[in-house]
Write a protein that binds this ligand. Structure first.
Ligand SMILES: Cc1cc2nc3c(=O)[nH]c(=O)nc-3n(C[C@H](O)[C@H](O)[C@H](O)COP(=O)(O)OP(=O)(O)OC[C@H]3O[C@@H](n4cnc5c(N)ncnc54)[C@H](O)[C@@H]3O)c2cc1C
Length: 367
Protein backbone atom coordinates (compact mmCIF):
# COMPACT_ATOMS: atom_id res chain seq x y z
CA UNK A 1 0.00 0.00 0.00
CA UNK A 2 2.65 2.47 1.15
CA UNK A 3 4.81 1.52 -1.82
CA UNK A 4 2.00 2.08 -4.30
CA UNK A 5 1.10 5.46 -2.76
CA UNK A 6 4.74 6.54 -2.82
CA UNK A 7 4.93 5.58 -6.49
CA UNK A 8 1.77 7.63 -7.14
CA UNK A 9 3.56 10.68 -5.71
CA UNK A 10 2.27 10.82 -2.12
CA UNK A 11 4.59 11.40 0.83
CA UNK A 12 4.05 8.29 2.95
CA UNK A 13 5.08 7.54 6.52
CA UNK A 14 4.72 3.92 7.64
CA UNK A 15 4.47 3.33 11.39
CA UNK A 16 5.38 -0.22 12.48
CA UNK A 17 5.32 -1.33 16.09
CA UNK A 18 7.83 -4.16 15.87
CA UNK A 19 11.44 -4.32 14.70
CA UNK A 20 11.85 -6.46 11.55
CA UNK A 21 12.52 -9.20 10.73
CA UNK A 22 9.92 -10.65 13.07
CA UNK A 23 7.77 -13.74 13.02
CA UNK A 24 4.01 -13.57 13.41
CA UNK A 25 1.07 -15.95 13.56
CA UNK A 26 0.28 -17.24 10.04
CA UNK A 27 0.11 -20.52 8.11
CA UNK A 28 2.56 -18.91 5.63
CA UNK A 29 0.74 -20.28 2.62
CA UNK A 30 1.04 -17.57 -0.04
CA UNK A 31 -1.75 -18.03 -2.54
CA UNK A 32 -1.70 -17.08 -6.22
CA UNK A 33 -3.31 -13.71 -5.37
CA UNK A 34 -0.12 -12.88 -3.45
CA UNK A 35 2.07 -14.09 -6.29
CA UNK A 36 0.06 -11.87 -8.68
CA UNK A 37 0.69 -8.76 -6.58
CA UNK A 38 4.37 -9.58 -6.11
CA UNK A 39 4.49 -9.59 -9.90
CA UNK A 40 2.58 -6.29 -10.17
CA UNK A 41 5.02 -4.70 -7.71
CA UNK A 42 7.96 -5.92 -9.83
CA UNK A 43 9.65 -7.82 -7.00
CA UNK A 44 9.31 -11.41 -8.30
CA UNK A 45 13.08 -11.90 -8.53
CA UNK A 46 13.68 -10.80 -4.93
CA UNK A 47 10.75 -12.99 -3.82
CA UNK A 48 12.08 -16.13 -5.55
CA UNK A 49 15.60 -15.48 -4.22
CA UNK A 50 14.19 -16.08 -0.70
CA UNK A 51 13.67 -19.75 -1.63
CA UNK A 52 9.88 -20.06 -1.10
CA UNK A 53 8.60 -23.63 -1.32
CA UNK A 54 6.19 -24.15 -4.30
CA UNK A 55 2.86 -25.78 -3.37
CA UNK A 56 0.51 -27.29 -5.95
CA UNK A 57 -1.63 -29.84 -4.05
CA UNK A 58 -4.11 -29.77 -1.19
CA UNK A 59 -4.66 -32.80 1.04
CA UNK A 60 -7.46 -32.94 3.58
CA UNK A 61 -6.95 -35.44 6.42
CA UNK A 62 -10.14 -35.77 8.48
CA UNK A 63 -10.22 -37.08 12.03
CA UNK A 64 -12.53 -39.80 10.76
CA UNK A 65 -12.56 -41.17 7.23
CA UNK A 66 -10.08 -41.33 4.34
CA UNK A 67 -7.71 -38.58 3.15
CA UNK A 68 -8.74 -36.60 0.05
CA UNK A 69 -6.09 -35.01 -2.16
CA UNK A 70 -6.54 -32.76 -5.19
CA UNK A 71 -4.40 -30.36 -7.26
CA UNK A 72 -4.86 -26.74 -6.13
CA UNK A 73 -5.23 -25.56 -9.71
CA UNK A 74 -2.53 -22.88 -9.18
CA UNK A 75 0.96 -22.57 -7.72
CA UNK A 76 1.16 -21.19 -4.20
CA UNK A 77 4.29 -20.79 -2.05
CA UNK A 78 5.32 -21.42 1.55
CA UNK A 79 7.52 -18.66 2.98
CA UNK A 80 8.14 -17.52 6.55
CA UNK A 81 6.39 -14.25 7.37
CA UNK A 82 9.61 -12.90 8.81
CA UNK A 83 11.18 -13.08 5.34
CA UNK A 84 8.08 -12.09 3.37
CA UNK A 85 7.24 -8.99 5.41
CA UNK A 86 10.86 -7.84 5.33
CA UNK A 87 10.78 -8.15 1.51
CA UNK A 88 7.73 -5.85 1.35
CA UNK A 89 9.26 -3.38 3.79
CA UNK A 90 12.52 -3.23 1.77
CA UNK A 91 10.55 -2.56 -1.42
CA UNK A 92 8.62 0.25 0.32
CA UNK A 93 11.84 1.89 1.58
CA UNK A 94 13.40 1.61 -1.87
CA UNK A 95 10.41 3.52 -3.29
CA UNK A 96 10.77 6.40 -0.88
CA UNK A 97 8.44 5.42 1.98
CA UNK A 98 9.56 6.94 5.27
CA UNK A 99 9.52 4.21 7.94
CA UNK A 100 9.13 4.84 11.67
CA UNK A 101 10.07 1.56 13.40
CA UNK A 102 9.72 0.33 16.04
CA UNK A 103 6.97 2.85 16.74
CA UNK A 104 3.54 2.28 18.20
CA UNK A 105 0.57 4.27 16.88
CA UNK A 106 -1.26 4.78 20.17
CA UNK A 107 -4.05 7.10 19.19
CA UNK A 108 -5.50 8.59 16.02
CA UNK A 109 -7.63 11.72 16.23
CA UNK A 110 -9.32 13.88 13.61
CA UNK A 111 -7.82 17.31 13.21
CA UNK A 112 -9.54 19.62 10.72
CA UNK A 113 -9.43 17.93 7.30
CA UNK A 114 -6.76 15.47 8.43
CA UNK A 115 -5.43 13.41 11.33
CA UNK A 116 -3.08 13.57 14.26
CA UNK A 117 -1.38 10.24 14.85
CA UNK A 118 0.10 9.99 18.31
CA UNK A 119 3.00 7.53 18.29
CA UNK A 120 5.56 6.33 20.77
CA UNK A 121 9.02 5.35 19.61
CA UNK A 122 11.66 4.18 22.12
CA UNK A 123 9.60 5.73 24.93
CA UNK A 124 9.56 9.08 23.15
CA UNK A 125 6.17 10.50 22.13
CA UNK A 126 5.86 11.79 18.59
CA UNK A 127 2.86 13.25 16.75
CA UNK A 128 2.42 12.92 12.99
CA UNK A 129 0.07 15.20 11.04
CA UNK A 130 -1.37 13.84 7.84
CA UNK A 131 -4.19 14.51 5.41
CA UNK A 132 -5.01 10.79 5.04
CA UNK A 133 -4.72 7.83 7.38
CA UNK A 134 -4.78 4.13 6.49
CA UNK A 135 -5.27 1.44 9.15
CA UNK A 136 -3.17 -1.63 8.30
CA UNK A 137 -2.66 -2.80 11.86
CA UNK A 138 -4.07 -6.32 11.61
CA UNK A 139 -6.84 -8.27 13.30
CA UNK A 140 -6.57 -6.99 16.88
CA UNK A 141 -5.12 -3.81 18.28
CA UNK A 142 -5.79 -1.49 21.22
CA UNK A 143 -6.51 1.07 18.47
CA UNK A 144 -9.86 -0.69 17.87
CA UNK A 145 -10.99 0.23 21.39
CA UNK A 146 -9.63 3.75 21.13
CA UNK A 147 -11.53 4.23 17.87
CA UNK A 148 -14.62 2.69 19.55
CA UNK A 149 -15.03 0.16 16.77
CA UNK A 150 -18.27 -1.73 17.45
CA UNK A 151 -16.64 -5.22 17.67
CA UNK A 152 -13.77 -4.14 19.95
CA UNK A 153 -15.16 -5.75 23.14
CA UNK A 154 -16.37 -9.00 21.51
CA UNK A 155 -15.25 -12.37 22.98
CA UNK A 156 -14.96 -14.97 20.21
CA UNK A 157 -13.12 -18.05 21.62
CA UNK A 158 -11.16 -18.32 18.32
CA UNK A 159 -7.40 -18.63 18.79
CA UNK A 160 -4.62 -19.16 16.25
CA UNK A 161 -1.21 -20.74 16.95
CA UNK A 162 1.91 -21.32 14.82
CA UNK A 163 5.11 -23.35 15.28
CA UNK A 164 8.11 -23.83 13.01
CA UNK A 165 9.77 -27.26 12.99
CA UNK A 166 12.51 -28.73 10.76
CA UNK A 167 10.67 -30.26 7.77
CA UNK A 168 12.72 -33.45 8.22
CA UNK A 169 10.99 -34.01 11.59
CA UNK A 170 7.68 -34.65 9.77
CA UNK A 171 6.80 -37.99 8.17
CA UNK A 172 5.17 -38.28 4.75
CA UNK A 173 4.67 -34.55 4.04
CA UNK A 174 5.92 -33.73 0.56
CA UNK A 175 7.14 -30.21 -0.10
CA UNK A 176 4.60 -29.45 -2.84
CA UNK A 177 1.50 -30.03 -0.68
CA UNK A 178 -0.50 -28.19 1.93
CA UNK A 179 -2.14 -30.55 4.41
CA UNK A 180 -5.15 -29.74 6.54
CA UNK A 181 -5.93 -31.99 9.51
CA UNK A 182 -9.24 -31.76 11.34
CA UNK A 183 -10.08 -32.51 14.95
CA UNK A 184 -12.70 -31.57 17.52
CA UNK A 185 -13.10 -27.77 17.45
CA UNK A 186 -9.94 -27.20 15.42
CA UNK A 187 -8.17 -27.55 12.09
CA UNK A 188 -4.44 -27.51 11.51
CA UNK A 189 -2.41 -26.71 8.37
CA UNK A 190 1.05 -28.11 7.68
CA UNK A 191 3.28 -27.04 4.80
CA UNK A 192 6.92 -26.56 3.96
CA UNK A 193 8.41 -23.07 3.97
CA UNK A 194 11.91 -21.75 3.15
CA UNK A 195 15.08 -22.67 5.02
CA UNK A 196 14.31 -26.39 5.56
CA UNK A 197 11.43 -25.59 7.93
CA UNK A 198 7.75 -26.46 7.99
CA UNK A 199 4.89 -24.48 9.50
CA UNK A 200 2.34 -26.13 11.77
CA UNK A 201 -0.51 -23.68 12.30
CA UNK A 202 -3.95 -24.24 13.77
CA UNK A 203 -7.18 -22.43 14.49
CA UNK A 204 -9.18 -23.58 17.51
CA UNK A 205 -12.54 -22.62 18.89
CA UNK A 206 -12.25 -23.05 22.62
CA UNK A 207 -15.05 -24.95 24.32
CA UNK A 208 -14.45 -24.00 27.92
CA UNK A 209 -11.18 -25.93 28.37
CA UNK A 210 -7.92 -24.08 28.59
CA UNK A 211 -5.46 -26.45 26.94
CA UNK A 212 -2.08 -24.89 26.15
CA UNK A 213 -0.98 -25.00 22.46
CA UNK A 214 1.33 -28.04 22.65
CA UNK A 215 -1.28 -30.05 24.57
CA UNK A 216 -3.80 -29.07 21.89
CA UNK A 217 -1.52 -30.61 19.23
CA UNK A 218 -1.22 -33.78 21.31
CA UNK A 219 -5.00 -33.88 21.54
CA UNK A 220 -5.19 -33.60 17.74
CA UNK A 221 -2.69 -36.49 17.44
CA UNK A 222 -4.98 -38.61 19.63
CA UNK A 223 -8.06 -37.70 17.56
CA UNK A 224 -6.54 -37.87 14.07
CA UNK A 225 -4.39 -40.88 13.12
CA UNK A 226 -3.09 -39.14 9.96
CA UNK A 227 -1.78 -36.29 12.09
CA UNK A 228 -0.29 -38.73 14.63
CA UNK A 229 1.60 -40.44 11.77
CA UNK A 230 2.91 -37.17 10.32
CA UNK A 231 4.02 -35.81 13.69
CA UNK A 232 5.51 -39.02 15.11
CA UNK A 233 7.93 -38.57 17.99
CA UNK A 234 10.37 -36.23 16.30
CA UNK A 235 7.96 -33.45 15.23
CA UNK A 236 6.18 -33.32 18.60
CA UNK A 237 9.62 -33.15 20.24
CA UNK A 238 10.60 -30.31 17.87
CA UNK A 239 7.39 -28.45 18.76
CA UNK A 240 8.42 -28.74 22.41
CA UNK A 241 11.54 -26.67 21.70
CA UNK A 242 9.97 -24.21 19.22
CA UNK A 243 8.68 -20.72 20.06
CA UNK A 244 4.89 -20.29 20.04
CA UNK A 245 3.38 -17.54 17.88
CA UNK A 246 -0.27 -16.92 18.64
CA UNK A 247 -3.24 -14.58 18.68
CA UNK A 248 -6.37 -14.95 20.78
CA UNK A 249 -9.93 -13.74 20.42
CA UNK A 250 -9.99 -13.47 16.61
CA UNK A 251 -13.09 -11.68 15.33
CA UNK A 252 -14.31 -12.87 11.91
CA UNK A 253 -17.45 -10.71 11.68
CA UNK A 254 -18.03 -7.54 9.68
CA UNK A 255 -16.14 -4.33 10.47
CA UNK A 256 -16.48 -0.85 9.07
CA UNK A 257 -14.13 -0.45 6.12
CA UNK A 258 -13.81 3.25 6.83
CA UNK A 259 -13.76 4.14 10.53
CA UNK A 260 -13.87 7.83 11.50
CA UNK A 261 -12.29 8.69 8.16
CA UNK A 262 -9.54 6.03 8.44
CA UNK A 263 -9.42 3.58 5.51
CA UNK A 264 -9.02 0.03 6.82
CA UNK A 265 -7.09 -2.53 4.76
CA UNK A 266 -6.10 -6.17 5.39
CA UNK A 267 -7.32 -7.76 8.61
CA UNK A 268 -8.18 -4.34 10.05
CA UNK A 269 -10.92 -4.22 7.37
CA UNK A 270 -12.11 -7.84 7.78
CA UNK A 271 -10.55 -11.18 8.74
CA UNK A 272 -11.13 -14.12 6.37
CA UNK A 273 -11.23 -17.68 7.78
CA UNK A 274 -7.65 -18.97 7.66
CA UNK A 275 -8.88 -22.17 6.04
CA UNK A 276 -9.00 -20.23 2.76
CA UNK A 277 -5.27 -19.41 2.98
CA UNK A 278 -6.23 -16.05 1.53
CA UNK A 279 -5.64 -13.49 4.32
CA UNK A 280 -2.34 -12.18 2.95
CA UNK A 281 -3.87 -12.11 -0.53
CA UNK A 282 -6.80 -10.05 0.78
CA UNK A 283 -4.48 -7.73 2.67
CA UNK A 284 -2.42 -7.06 -0.45
CA UNK A 285 -5.43 -6.84 -2.76
CA UNK A 286 -7.33 -4.43 -0.51
CA UNK A 287 -4.16 -2.32 -0.33
CA UNK A 288 -3.79 -2.43 -4.09
CA UNK A 289 -7.44 -1.45 -4.54
CA UNK A 290 -7.14 1.56 -2.25
CA UNK A 291 -3.77 2.51 -3.75
CA UNK A 292 -5.32 2.46 -7.22
CA UNK A 293 -8.19 4.72 -6.08
CA UNK A 294 -5.78 7.22 -4.51
CA UNK A 295 -3.60 7.06 -7.64
CA UNK A 296 -6.56 7.63 -10.00
CA UNK A 297 -7.71 10.66 -8.03
CA UNK A 298 -4.37 12.23 -7.30
CA UNK A 299 -4.48 14.78 -10.08
CA UNK A 300 -8.04 15.93 -9.37
CA UNK A 301 -7.32 16.07 -5.62
CA UNK A 302 -8.94 13.12 -3.82
CA UNK A 303 -12.42 13.77 -2.44
CA UNK A 304 -12.85 11.87 0.85
CA UNK A 305 -16.52 11.01 0.37
CA UNK A 306 -16.08 9.73 -3.17
CA UNK A 307 -13.03 7.70 -2.13
CA UNK A 308 -14.86 6.18 0.84
CA UNK A 309 -17.89 5.08 -1.13
CA UNK A 310 -15.81 3.80 -4.08
CA UNK A 311 -13.50 1.86 -1.75
CA UNK A 312 -16.42 0.19 0.07
CA UNK A 313 -18.27 -0.59 -3.16
CA UNK A 314 -15.27 -2.15 -4.94
CA UNK A 315 -14.07 -3.93 -1.78
CA UNK A 316 -17.43 -5.65 -1.33
CA UNK A 317 -17.55 -6.68 -4.97
CA UNK A 318 -14.05 -8.11 -4.71
CA UNK A 319 -14.28 -9.97 -1.39
CA UNK A 320 -17.84 -10.62 -0.20
CA UNK A 321 -18.40 -13.95 -1.94
CA UNK A 322 -14.91 -15.22 -0.95
CA UNK A 323 -15.56 -14.28 2.66
CA UNK A 324 -18.93 -16.02 2.69
CA UNK A 325 -17.53 -19.22 1.13
CA UNK A 326 -14.57 -19.32 3.54
CA UNK A 327 -16.85 -18.74 6.56
CA UNK A 328 -19.19 -21.54 5.47
CA UNK A 329 -16.28 -23.97 4.99
CA UNK A 330 -14.85 -23.04 8.39
CA UNK A 331 -18.26 -23.64 10.00
CA UNK A 332 -18.37 -27.12 8.41
CA UNK A 333 -14.81 -27.93 9.56
CA UNK A 334 -15.47 -26.92 13.15
CA UNK A 335 -18.79 -28.76 13.55
CA UNK A 336 -18.38 -32.53 14.02
CA UNK A 337 -21.68 -33.60 12.34
CA UNK A 338 -21.25 -31.20 9.39
CA UNK A 339 -17.63 -32.25 8.96
CA UNK A 340 -18.59 -35.95 8.88
CA UNK A 341 -21.24 -35.19 6.25
CA UNK A 342 -18.82 -33.09 4.18
CA UNK A 343 -16.13 -35.78 4.27
CA UNK A 344 -18.70 -38.42 3.21
CA UNK A 345 -19.55 -36.28 0.14
CA UNK A 346 -15.87 -35.71 -0.63
CA UNK A 347 -15.01 -39.39 -0.50
CA UNK A 348 -17.71 -40.02 -3.14
CA UNK A 349 -16.68 -37.02 -5.28
CA UNK A 350 -13.15 -35.72 -4.48
CA UNK A 351 -13.39 -33.03 -7.17
CA UNK A 352 -15.78 -31.17 -4.82
CA UNK A 353 -12.66 -30.25 -2.84
CA UNK A 354 -11.26 -28.32 -5.79
CA UNK A 355 -14.62 -26.60 -6.31
CA UNK A 356 -14.62 -25.58 -2.63
CA UNK A 357 -11.08 -24.17 -2.92
CA UNK A 358 -12.14 -22.24 -6.06
CA UNK A 359 -15.01 -20.57 -4.19
CA UNK A 360 -12.59 -18.94 -1.74
CA UNK A 361 -10.26 -17.54 -4.40
CA UNK A 362 -9.80 -14.29 -6.25
CA UNK A 363 -8.09 -13.70 -9.55
CA UNK A 364 -6.06 -16.48 -11.22
CA UNK A 365 -4.17 -14.58 -13.92
CA UNK A 366 -0.68 -15.16 -12.44
CA UNK A 367 0.18 -18.84 -12.08
C1 LIG B 1 -4.38 -19.34 12.36
C2 LIG B 1 -4.20 -18.46 11.17
C3 LIG B 1 -3.52 -18.95 10.05
C4 LIG B 1 -3.38 -18.14 8.92
N1 LIG B 1 -2.74 -18.65 7.82
C5 LIG B 1 -2.69 -17.93 6.67
C6 LIG B 1 -2.06 -18.46 5.51
O1 LIG B 1 -1.53 -19.56 5.51
N2 LIG B 1 -2.07 -17.69 4.38
C7 LIG B 1 -2.66 -16.47 4.35
O2 LIG B 1 -2.66 -15.83 3.29
N3 LIG B 1 -3.21 -15.92 5.45
C8 LIG B 1 -3.24 -16.63 6.60
N4 LIG B 1 -3.79 -16.07 7.73
C9 LIG B 1 -4.26 -14.68 7.69
C10 LIG B 1 -3.10 -13.70 7.61
O3 LIG B 1 -2.14 -13.99 8.59
C11 LIG B 1 -3.61 -12.27 7.77
O4 LIG B 1 -4.78 -12.13 7.03
C12 LIG B 1 -2.57 -11.24 7.29
O5 LIG B 1 -1.40 -11.32 8.06
C13 LIG B 1 -3.17 -9.85 7.38
O6 LIG B 1 -2.19 -8.90 7.09
P1 LIG B 1 -2.29 -7.43 7.70
O7 LIG B 1 -1.16 -6.68 7.07
O8 LIG B 1 -3.66 -6.92 7.61
O9 LIG B 1 -2.01 -7.63 9.26
P2 LIG B 1 -0.70 -8.15 10.00
O10 LIG B 1 0.02 -9.14 9.16
O11 LIG B 1 -1.17 -8.57 11.35
O12 LIG B 1 0.23 -6.86 10.11
C14 LIG B 1 -0.13 -5.79 10.94
C15 LIG B 1 1.15 -5.05 11.32
O13 LIG B 1 0.78 -3.88 12.03
C16 LIG B 1 1.63 -3.73 13.16
N5 LIG B 1 0.86 -2.99 14.18
C17 LIG B 1 -0.24 -3.39 14.85
N6 LIG B 1 -0.69 -2.44 15.65
C18 LIG B 1 0.13 -1.38 15.49
C19 LIG B 1 0.19 -0.07 16.06
N7 LIG B 1 -0.73 0.35 16.93
N8 LIG B 1 1.20 0.75 15.69
C20 LIG B 1 2.13 0.35 14.78
N9 LIG B 1 2.12 -0.88 14.22
C21 LIG B 1 1.13 -1.72 14.55
C22 LIG B 1 1.98 -5.15 13.59
O14 LIG B 1 3.19 -5.17 14.32
C23 LIG B 1 2.06 -5.86 12.24
O15 LIG B 1 3.36 -5.87 11.71
C24 LIG B 1 -3.91 -16.83 8.90
C25 LIG B 1 -4.57 -16.33 10.03
C26 LIG B 1 -4.72 -17.13 11.15
C27 LIG B 1 -5.45 -16.59 12.33
Amino acid sequence: MSLQLARAGYFVCLVERRAFPRETLCGEFLSHEVVGIIHDLGIDREFLSLGPSPITRFTLCPDRGPMVSEPLGFTAYGLKRGAFDQLLLNAAIKNGVHVLQPADAEEIVRSGEGFEIHCRTNDTPLTLHSRWCIGAYGKTSPLDRRLRRPFAGARTRFNGIKFHVPSTALTGISADEIWIFTGPGMYCGVNHVDGGLATICFLERRAGDNLPPRARLRELMAANRHFAYVMGRSAIAAVGDAPVYGTGNIFFGTRNLVEKGIFMIGDAGRVISPLAGDGIGMALQSAQLLGTLFGERRRAGPDARVLESEYCRRWERMFNSRLRAAAALQRIMLSTPLRRLGIAFLSISPSLLRAAIGMTRGRTDHH
